[in-house]
Ligand binder design. Structure first.
Ligand code: HEM
Ligand code: HEM
Length: 161
């Protein structure tokens, strides 16, 4: 896997923002899924209110798998030169933790729903909370780089390089 390209390409940038939108949309639609989940867990018929959550979640998973394939084939730019070793390591670890959760959250959701596992549902919820915290940290870090460090990091995810 190459890791020394100058910047993300157009496909990587589009997939980054599309994933972000789909993750937020999955969150926005979770109430309908909770209603369906509660009904099915009580042995009642599925009211169908979770369908949107399922479709959006599967689309998010597909985008992440595409992103990982592209990253494997093309690589990703190095962490910014100006940051210290620890900050760079934190950035790399956060990115991989994000990828891990981006795969595991929808997979545990699918597991809960289609295999009918209450434990997988609980894990899905817990992992989502972790994803949320990491996304918040990631967003703050991106804004910190842009407005405080001013190293042009955010631009790497806005225009192809
Ligand atoms: C990126 C994708 C996804 C995100 C961010 C997400 C997020 C969430 C959130 C926030 C909840 C509510 C948890 C709670 O407060 O109880 C939830 C519940 C649930 N989701 Fe997802 N979800 C995603 C994908 C999926 C997929 C693909 C499925 C497949 C069927 C799914 C199935 C479920 C189920 C069954 C529940 C109810 C589980 C429970 O409440 O214990 N989710 N999801
Ligand atoms: C649900 C929301 C988001 C998720 C899941 C997410 C996930 C990721 C991941 C996994 C990477 C690593 C890319 C790689 O090297 O392969 C990344 C990079 C990046 N993200 Fe996000 N992101 C989200 C939202 C945001 C937001 C809101 C911003 C800006 C305010 C942002 C700015 C960036 C930037 C600038 C990079 C490139 C960092 C670098 O080149 O080292 N992201 N994002």
């Amino acid at each position: 896997m190459t890791d020394k390209i100058a910047g993300y390409n157009r496909a990587q940038i589009i997939l980054h923002w599309l994933t972000a939108v789909l993750v937020i949309a999955s969150f926005v639609t979770h109430e309908g899924m909770k209603t369906a989940w509660r009904a099915v867990s009580r042995g009642q018929t599925d009211p169908g209110s979770g369908q949107l959550h399922i479709y959006i979640g599967i689309a998010a998973l597909a985008m992440v798998l595409l992103r990982l394939a592209l990253r494997y084939l093309r690589g990703a730019p190095e962490q910014p030169e100006g940051s210290g070793a620890l900050i760079r390591l934190a950035g790399t670890l956060t990115h991989w933790a994000l990828y891990g959760l981006l795969v595991l959250v929808p997979v545990t959701g699918l597991w809960a729903w289609y295999i009918g596992s209450r434990d997988a549902g609980d894990i899905h919820e817990t992992l989502f909370n972790g994803l949320w915290v990491l996304v918040a940290l990631h967003t703050l870090a991106a804004l910190y780089h842009h407005y405080v460090v001013r190293d042009g990091l955010l631009r790497r995810m806005l225009s192809a390089g």
